[in-house]
Write a protein that binds this ligand. Structure first.
Ligand code: HXC
Length: 257
């Protein structure tokens, strides 16, 4: 498929997806959504890919849902198409996905970054949920994922005032995992993805699934889920290899990667 709104490349076992609508600061329209869903599905099915980096431009990861496309919508139309539902495919990607965020990550852009497994931010990054300034509320998970990530006080502050939060505040608040100089953003995110992609892929996918469970179930259910998954890995060749390699003082050669 010839892509119009994304650029893609692979480096070894890492796929890098770059949002590419520079004329609109990577505003998220339906064409971009379709291409992103298709691309994620392809990398998800490609056994040579072990981790994915999602990034944007230096100025904007994404400045939100495309306001020009959204403006004429009416209620029944939005309801019938289940507007924004398609974005859940990003959160449902089973392989690890790192968001590498430089510049603006606003509205749907911030929500897209939060659908990834963790965010590495450039020191230039700015996060916000400015939907209230447009007469709407976040519609791609902002009120839910942000509240879980940074707590009620900060999430209310950002969603009610529409103000932006810089990278330093975002790291302090727990929204982003690391902040790096802008020039090092993609290299840092790619290196982290390479590290993940070097491990056993099913194990990395189970880590993702288990951590995500923490947002959905009670502590006792989550602990039970984690322990059962942990037990199941003793049936895997990669557990035998990983532990044997430690004892033999050599690098593990995982089969499922
Ligand atoms: C469509 C957008 C856009 C967006 C920017 N552009 N953001 N187009 N949708 N979300 C376009 C501009 O119209 C402009 O096009 C070009 O990109 C450059 O933007 P400028 O505003 O000229 O750049 P700048 O002055 O540097 O300001 C950057 C900015 C500003 C602060 C990020 O663009 C901005 O405030 N954008 C909107 C941010 C926002 O409100 N996002 C949330 C959207 S709602 P032209 O053609 O004029 O050059 C959302 C979820 C909705 O995401 C949920 C509802 C259910």
């Amino acid at each position: 498929m010839a892509l119009k709104t994304l650029k893609t490349e692979t480096r070894g076992r890492v796929a890098i997806i770059t949002l590419n609508r520079p004329e609109a600061l990577n505003a998220l329209n339906s064409e971009l959504l379709g291409e992103l869903r298709e691309t994620l599905a392809q990398y998800g099915a490609d056994e040579k890919i072990g981790a994915i980096v999602l990034t944007g431009s230096e100025k904007a990861f994404a400045a939100g849902a495309d306001i020009k496309e959204m403006q004429p919508k009416d209620y029944i139309g939005a309801y019938m198409e289940d507007f924004f539902e398609g974005w859940s495919a990003v959160a449902e990607t089973r392989k690890p996905v790192i968001a590498a965020v430089s510049g603006y990550a606003l509205g749907g852009g911030c929500e897209l970054a939060m659908m990834c497994d963790f965010i590495i931010a450039a020191d230039t990054a700015k996060f916000g949920q400015p939907e209230i300034t447009l007469g709407v509320i976040p519609g791609m998970g902002g009120t839910q994922r942000m509240t879980r990530a940074i707590g009620k006080a900060k999430a209310m502050d950002l969603c009610l005032t529409g103000r932006m939060m810089d990278a330093e505040e975002a790291e302090r608040s727990g929204l982003v995992a690391r902040v790096v100089p802008a020039a090092e953003l993609l290299a840092t995110a790619t290196k982290a993805a390479e590290k993940i992609a070097g491990f056993s892929l099913p194990v990395a996918m189970m880590v993702k699934e288990a951590v995500n469970r923490a947002d959905e179930v009670t502590l006792s259910e989550g602990l039970r889920f984690e322990r059962r998954m942990f037990h199941s890995l003793f049936a895997s060749e990669d557990q035998k290899e990983g532990m044997a390699a430690f004892i033999d003082k050599r690098k593990a050669q995982f089969k499922h990667r």
